[in-house]
Write a protein that binds this ligand. Structure first.
Ligand SMILES: Cc1cc2nc3c(=O)[nH]c(=O)nc-3n(C[C@H](O)[C@H](O)[C@H](O)COP(=O)(O)OP(=O)(O)OC[C@H]3O[C@@H](n4cnc5c(N)ncnc54)[C@H](O)[C@@H]3O)c2cc1C
Length: 384
């Protein structure tokens, strides 16, 4: 056992020390060497490892696929606890129209989706191709193509890091919202397994996302269109691949953390109109016609909220696909998708920070909108 790890871990079934840097463990491929790394192959192993480290006062970071993480080049003393598994998803309940499927935290997310589609279970197909693990899926309430995992969660098995208790909780305890849960940005709990309720009629969730619906030949006026799950998965994977949103070792456009900034939400009509006016000033009135801006519910005081497209604003603020701070910079925007900040092969975390800061500041200067990063930052922060 490496010195940084409590001796008790060597006797824990399913826990295995390994050797990796955060650059090895993350899809952005940046980040220094942890004090130690342990792989945990089962929900119990994951819970035991975290409990042992917490009891010994050792700082730790739970890592799944490392696809939503920006880790600094110096990470003194931090132990990486990596959730992995060979376990297959299992059906743990069913009724006339649905099944409950359970998967361990370390299950690769897209393996779960592929498995569900093979069994013609409906629900997860729009979330095909998202990197990472099942355990992280509720952490930021993953979503794509009009679907969010919050709509499918039945129960989440959670290790409470304060009490050390492992218990199943219902999704309403997690404050799930757009790319957020109360597990994100905190060390409150570790997800060790997740249960999903999936439909059994072989059809997808209703298709709400225009680009996907068009690709699947949905005609105007079709009410709540649904399609066979395999067809939807295929279409989603093709759309994602075209944007560099399916991991591919050989393609630097996928050496990213996915969408780097969340779509900005502003509160109140005045705030919406202020952004619109800045867009008209900078891009001309015609641009406003094509500007994505959607109602996004209300805040806790009942005020209306509006969501803009981060990618659209970034591009109009002067950061086209492939943009770099300098021609020879080792980090740049993806050549396929403005919203992905990418490592072109030799970037450090500082290069990613420099790029992210330039884009955030540029959008703020031009449109007065403050973009908020989507990934979790460890040992490094966006410059002020
Ligand atoms: C190319 C690409 C495309 C992407 N597309 C999408 C997309 O379409 N939609 C979307 O929502 N996201 C997308 N992402 C972001 C990312 O894939 C998701 O957020 C994913 O759920 C992260 O999973 P992970 O296992 O890699 O988490 P990690 O990056 O390993 O961890 C992220 C955070 O979750 C915590 N965490 C991880 N596992 C657990 C656990 N078991 N319990 C508690 N905390 C945990 C970590 O400590 C960290 O704080 C994309 C990323 C990439 C690289």
């Amino acid at each position: 056992m490496p010195d940084a790890l409590p001796a008790s871990l060597s006797a824990t079934p399913g826990v295995r020390p390994t050797d990796a840097t955060f650059a090895d463990l993350t899809t952005l491929r940046v980040g220094g060497r942890p004090a130690a790394t342990v792989e945990c192959a089962t929900p119990d192993a994951l819970a035991s490892a975290v409990r042992s480290l917490d009891d010994a006062g050792v700082p730790l970071l739970v890592v799944g696929g490392g696809s939503n993480l920006v880790v600094g080049d110096e990470v003194d003393g931090l132990v990486a606890v990596v959730a992995v598994t060979d376990e297959q998803p299992t059906v743990v309940g069913e009724d006339a129209t649905s099944v409950i499927v359970r998967a361990s935290a370390g299950t690769v997310w897209d393996c779960l989706v592929a498995w569900s589609v093979q069994h013609t279970y409906g629900g997860l197909e729009c979330l095909s191709g998202i990197p990472g693990t099942v355990g992280a899926s509720p952490v930021q309430n993953i979503g794509a193509y009009g679907a969010e995992v919050s709509g499918l969660l039945q129960r989440v098995q959670l290790l409470d890091r304060t009490s050390g208790e492992l218990a199943w909780v219902t999704p309403d305890t997690l404050d799930l919202s757009y790319r957020y849960s109360n597990l994100k940005f905190t060390a409150r709990g570790v997800v060790t397994a997740v249960e999903f309720r999936l439909t059994t009629d072989g059809l997808s969730v209703p298709l709400r996302f225009g680009e996907l619906a068009r690709r699947l030949g949905v005609t105007e006026g079709e009410d709540h269109p649904r399609r066979p799950v395999a067809e939807v998965r295929e279409a989603v994977l093709a759309l994602r691949a075209g944007k560099g949103m399916v991991l591919d070792d050989a393609d630097h456009d996928t050496w990213s953390a996915g969408s780097f900034f969340t779509n900005p939400v502003v509160t109140g009509e005045d705030a919406r109109d202020a952004v619109t006016a800045r867009v008209a000033d900078h891009c001309g009135a015609a641009a406003v016609e094509g500007m994505p801006c959607y109602p996004a519910g209300t805040d806790t005081d009942g005020r209306p909220q509006f969501k803009f497209s981060a990618a659209w604003l970034i591009e109009r603020a002067g950061f086209p696909k492939g943009w770099k701070i300098r021609e020879d910079a080792p980090a740049g925007l993806s050549t396929k998708h403005t919203l992905a900040l990418t490592n072109r092969g030799s970037a450090s975390s500082e290069d990613i920070v420099e790029l992210a800061t330039a884009v955030r500041d540029g959008v703020r200067e031009v449109f007065g909108v403050s973009l908020v990063p989507e990934p979790v930052w460890i040992g490094v922060t966006l410059q002020d």
